[in-house]
Design a protein around this ligand. Sequence first.
Ligand code: FAD
Length: 592
Amino acid sequence: MSYSAPLAAIASAMKYGTSLVPFVEQGLFGELGIQDIDAVVAEAGRFAAQVIAPLNRVGDTFGTPFKNGVVTTAPGWKEAYRAWRLAGWNAVTAPAEWGGQALPQIVNAACTEMWHAASIGFANGPMLTMAAIDALNAHGSDALKRAYLEKLVSGEWTGTMQLTEPQAGSDVGALRTRAERAADGSYRIKGQKIFITYGEHDFTENIIHFILARLPDAPPGTRGISLFLVPKFLLNADGSLGTRNDVRAHSVEHKLGIHGSPTCTMILGDDGGATGFLIGEENAGMACMFTMMNRARLAVGLQGVGVAECATQQALAYARQRRQGRATGVTSSQSAAIIAHPDVRRMLLTMRALTQAARVICYATALAIDRSERGDDEAARSDAHRQASLLTPIAKAFSTDIGNEVTSLGIQVHGGMGYIEETGAAQLFRDARIAAIYEGTNGIQAIDLVTRKLLLADGATVAAHLNELRDVIRSLDASNDPGFGWTAVRLGDAVESLERTTNWLLARLAKEPDTALAGASPYLRLFGLATGGCLLAKEALAAMRLGEDATARLALTRFFAENLAVGAGALERTVIEAAPGVIGGDAALAAP
Ligand SMILES: Cc1cc2nc3c(=O)[nH]c(=O)nc-3n(C[C@H](O)[C@H](O)[C@H](O)COP(=O)(O)OP(=O)(O)OC[C@H]3O[C@@H](n4cnc5c(N)ncnc54)[C@H](O)[C@@H]3O)c2cc1C
């Protein structure tokens, strides 16, 4: 599958769409300069395009055959993983003391986007290893860190994240996997987990499972969940691989997409109990898991961006070479490339604009995480942490929603050939679909945004975000560039819609929670459109200020504002006026 790393779009989003440059200049990342960042991203792009992307189709067709407890990954995947980890890509943000490179999250965000653009099925295993490293580093005991972190950081071993059970999906608190205290301080774990990404594979000798389970005396719900590290192979005293632990894959799912990624049902404790080691405190597992999930949520958002980018590249290339019909106003009898037709151009522009908007939102989220970890002032770190928390559900849900839309448009641009597997457009569409479901469905993200994130710092975090968006509108007004057309007005309207809707929701959350929840998903979309549009404008304005040729960025921003952000007003009305019809929708759901 052809993919070339969109280095110019990535650099523009990072440097101009976010405030990366001033933070680099202020020394947020020590000696690291913009050129260093560009060099790392370029090298990651080369690896993604040249090594991973060519393997995407074989992963789709080969799948992950499962026999006698063993998963075989597609030809070439094991070797590519080895080359990938030996090049240090698993360790980009990991702490230096465990062999990591301690590079910024925003750098890893760009790399992650490209790994997923090249192949979601390949990249979503390592994505969970990186999340596991974060959780272990933040919450694990020194002994556990010493035993496991270095090999997880190098990618010699991989990690899994195991929450889901048949009766416990979105409702994690319903999980039943049991953990009992053993005399030696470890735990014996018994239960069943489903849908576990890379629960079994042939990339590495050992797999380190991060498993949520419940102690016998635990309180009900999420307050009674603990996190355990359960290795596939237990370790000998010298760190070498010891006996096989009582955890195994029972089967591998047959899925709509990401066929190269093994999704496993896991059985724990068939033979007396899997040995597990507590991470953090007993019954405090959800807090530890949230460290893992927040990073993974941003990474899943980047799956949406990556797959959308790949679909856009393919559709553009196809639209330039496929000839059908006459272009309007052209007298020649020769048929035109379909890119000449306004409706096809609209599809391509929509694809490109949504992709770049989602990209900037994800990178802005990553930069907020960097500032929350590296800022030298405690108050600034806390503010940045809240900003990252506010943006994470948008990064995850908006980006994966547009991943579905853009890959669907990708098929449409290809016409009938898009529906035929050979073009690859269909695979992108199938692969993209899962990202709106796992790591908390997009519906759950919207609920998180409305019921928790809007309340951060008593509403001050979202108020600060709205102020930032208004600053962009003021700069647009001041720029007075005719090339922006109606951009300032349309984005200004979108930001006002976002502000009114935010205030409306905040006023209803306590007294009418159902009314607020009924509008959560359209509100998240409105948030994404207003934010994405303003960040695109920020990117174009910054490029213009620096005297760069900003023609393309300006045109894309204008397209987004005039064609996509105009939906904000309708979304406002959906949230504010239409909730009663949703809550009392029983009549509409009944058969006529
Ligand atoms: C390919 C794949 C890989 C996966 N990898 C992993 C993994 O590695 N580790 C892991 O632990 N899990 C994994 N999962 C599981 C995944 O995270 C869950 O499928 C997801 O969280 C949704 O849970 P569910 O499937 O039970 O859906 P449900 O929770 O049954 O949800 C069904 C629908 O109801 C909605 N809904 C549910 N509850 C509410 C509510 N309270 N309010 C409003 N709407 C609600 C949802 O948004 C959704 O639309 C994976 C799943 C797949 C398919």
